[in-house]
Design a protein around this ligand. Sequence first.
Ligand SMILES: [Zn+2]
Ligand SMILES: [Zn+2]
Length: 172
Amino acid sequence: MKTQLPTFKYMPDPIQANIFETGELVVCDCCEQEVDIYYTGGIYAVEEVEYLCPSCIHSGLAAEKFDGEFQQDLLNPELVSNEDYTDEVLHRTPGYVSWQGNNWIAHCKDYCAFIGYVGWDELVEMGITEEVEHEHYTNEELAVSLRNNGSHQGYLFQCLECKQHILYSDFD
Ligand SMILES: [Zn+2]
Ligand SMILES: [Zn+2]
């Protein structure tokens, strides 16, 4: 691969997490360079953006040029007092694709890192079913309904400070 992949604080492994796509040559709508790692998740409320390269997201150039945000909303943003962290999540971190709009979780005093799309089976495989925390559901309920690519979809985050895994989910 020839496209540079910068390090995203809140998205540590965007290729593994299926946030960036690879395998084709496309033209970034922001810098107009040909890239082979690209983002198709778009920017909120901006219709003309089809492809973005990792660098234009990381630098903030894409959010600035198209005057949009990558996340729909922030959950518990009152935990975070550093405004630069909020700016980085909204304007310099790629969003994830969700049923009802992507909301970014905060824990301790910072936003969490997005780890990936999950169902209960993925959590079992990762060995974190005892550790994972969900605001609204018990493990028994999640085991029954949470499926990756299903109608109750899980989004796994990890707190950058205490390392706790936090599960967020929504329905189609
Ligand atoms: Zn670009
Ligand atoms: Zn924490």
